[in-house]
Design a protein. Structure first.
Length: 134
C-alpha cells in the first residue's frame, strides 16, 4: 500500500495552494483515494500519484517523514523540511518548518528564526525572526 496524504500535505509538498490541489482532482489530474479519508473527512491522495508534481524525487526517507507528518508529529514536518533544505528549496521548506514549529519543535523554531532573519526561503522579516527566537 502506498503512502496516502491529505490535501493540505499535498499542498505543502508541491508548493501549490489547496485550491489548486482540489482543482487537479476535479480536472482528473489527481485521483482521490476511495479507501480513506483524513481526520476531517476529506479524501486522501496516494503519494505516487502526486510524484509528477513534486520538485524532488520520492524516497523512503521522504515517505517515512510524511507518514509521521500525517500522524501530526512535529518531527515529521521538520524532517520533510530538511529534505527540501538539502534539495536547495528553502521556499518550500519554510512552510514545513512553520508546521513543525507550531507543534513545538525547537529546531524548527531556530530554522525559522534564521530563515526570517536572513531571508532564506522567505523575505527578511525581523519581527518574525525575533518572534521565533523567543
Amino acid at each position: 500500500m502506498s503512502t496516502e496524504i491529505s490535501v493540505m500535505l499535498a499542498s505543502l509538498l508541491t508548493g501549490k495552494t489547496t485550491k489548486t490541489i482540489y482543482r487537479w482532482v476535479d480536472d482528473g489530474i489527481l485521483p482521490p483515494r476511495q479507501s480513506g479519508a483524513d481526520s476531517k473527512g476529506s479524501f486522501l491522495l496516494a503519494l505516487p500519484d502526486l510524484a509528477a508534481h513534486l520538485s524532488l524525487p520520492l524516497s523512503a526517507e521522504l515517505e517515512a517523514a510524511l507518514q509521521d507528518a500525517m500522524e501530526g508529529k512535529a518531527a515529521g514536518f521538520h524532517n520533510v523540511a530538511l529534505i527540501f533544505v538539502e534539495a536547495g528549496q528553502p521556499d518550500i521548506a519554510i512552510r514545513w518548518l512553520e508546521m513543525a514549529a507550531k507543534r513545538g519543535h525547537a529546531d524548527a523554531m531556530e530554522w525559522l528564526a534564521t530563515g526570517y532573519l536572513e531571508g532564506l526561503g522567505t523575505e527578511v522579516n525581523l519581527a518574525h525572526g525575533i518572534e521565533w527566537l523567543g
